[in-house]
Design a protein around this ligand. Structure first.
Ligand code: F6P
Length: 361
């Protein structure tokens, strides 16, 4: 079999498991066919700028457990890659030029929704592309799970556990803001896994009075032992009124309120209306840092090895995914540009409700 030259890039927000997936692609490829790798630096920025380096077998050694990405990453630098006027640069032409310059047989993109979108655009332009699904948000369409998600669930749940003991000691209301602007998967899992009393998700707009009812009930009707409450709030949580606004209008309204984030507003409303002592905790990027969990190491390795097989078969234009415990692939064109939201009447939400967790609706 002729040598295949493969380009690798990681794009969007980093997460644990990216290096494990890179290693998975590389090792399985070396074992399946005559493979050669080029690492593209800092996501699509590197592909546009022509910033890349040849990688050898030893570059993939010792990275299974390493957090972040050895290739560096960047947010997709342009909202629409096809818009030239934005900066006078034809980004699509630049990416195609560098793909050719590197003499690639295939480009592997590891990323989230934005990455899949650009990967699909490049596939439409005739490049051989395969996408691997990473994100702590778990919101990629067509896959049950993304790598990075369960590591973040472990971290966020640990935060909830630790906050639980201090909340209990002080009898306080603790508002924990969890990452996830569009989709609330991480908040839902950490909230359920950590035994939260209230979970607020972007998918289920809340009424602050309902949230207050829940915490007041716990503070007054359950005796001293349960007078504290834990709220897990997705960073993209919104009120019922806000949900009727367009994204821009919502952002405008929020900026006029001058709260650092939605959690601070919720905490302020609870404390001022109930007198209950309330604190905010924002673990932020801590949720994306450090080593991948064993689950994510395995998942990322499975995805990487599967991608190697797709390369061997010349099966391009696809996104690797997990469906019902089976690694599969979906055409990029079918998944790009779509988001997997938490189904508001799905099993997870139903289970949480049956535990007495309030969603503020
Ligand atoms: O997509 C992953 C994510 O961590 C989201 O949960 C969060 O809203 C966003 O990235 C934060 O982006 P940045 O790292 O650019 O601040």
């Amino acid at each position: 079999m002729a040598k295949k030259r493969i380009g690798l890039l990681t794009a969007g927000g980093d997460c644990p498991g990216l290096n494990a997936a890179i290693r998975g692609v590389a090792y399985a490829s070396y074992n399946l066919f005559d493979a050669e790798f080029i690492g593209i630096n800092d996501g699509f920025t590197g592909l546009i700028e022509g910033d890349y380096t040849r990688m050898d077998r030893e570059d993939f050694s010792g990275i299974l457990t390493l957090g972040g990405t050895i290739l560096g990453t960047s947010r997709t630098p342009y909202r629409n890659m096809r818009v030239i006027e934005q900066d006078g640069k034809d980004k699509v032409a630049a990416m195609k030029k560098h793909y050719k310059e590197m003499k690639l047989d295939c480009l592997i993109t590891l990323g989230g929704n934005g990455t899949h979108k650009t990967a699909n655009l490049l596939a439409e332009e005739g490049l051989n592309v395969i996408g691997l699904p990473k994100t702590i948000d778990n919101d990629i369409f067509g896959t049950d799970v993304t790598f990075g998600f369960h590591s973040a669930v472990d971290i966020a749940t640990d935060v909830v556990d630790r906050i639980h003991t201090t909340a209990n000691s002080h009898g306080r209301i603790m508002v924990i803001e969890i990452m996830g602007n569009k989709a609330g998967w991480l908040t839902l899992y950490a909230g359920l896994g950590g035994g939260a009393d209230v979970i607020l998700l972007p998918e289920i707009p809340y009424d602050i009075n309902k949230v207050i009812d829940t915490v007041e009930n716990r503070a007054t009707s359950s005796g001293k032992k349960r007078n504290f409450s834990i709220l897990c709030v997705a960073e993209g949580a919104m009120t019922k009124e806000e949900s009727l606004l367009k994204k821009k209008q919502r952002a405008q309204k929020r900026s006029e309120e001058a709260y650092h984030s939605v959690s601070y507003r919720i905490a302020d409303e609870i404390q001022s209306k109930t007198g209950l002592e309330t604190r905010v905790v924002i673990p932020g990027h801590y949720q994306r840092g450090g080593s991948p969990s064993p689950y994510d190491r395995v998942l990322a390795t499975q995805f990487g090895a599967y991608a190697a097989q797709l390369i061997k078969d010349g099966n391009y234009g696809n996104a690797v995914a997990m469906k019902g415990n089976q690694v599969i692939h979906n055409p990029l064109s079918e998944v790009a540009g779509k988001t997997k939201f938490v189904p508001t009447d799905g099993d997870m939400v139903t289970t949480a409700r049956s535990m007495g967790i309030g969603f503020g609706d």
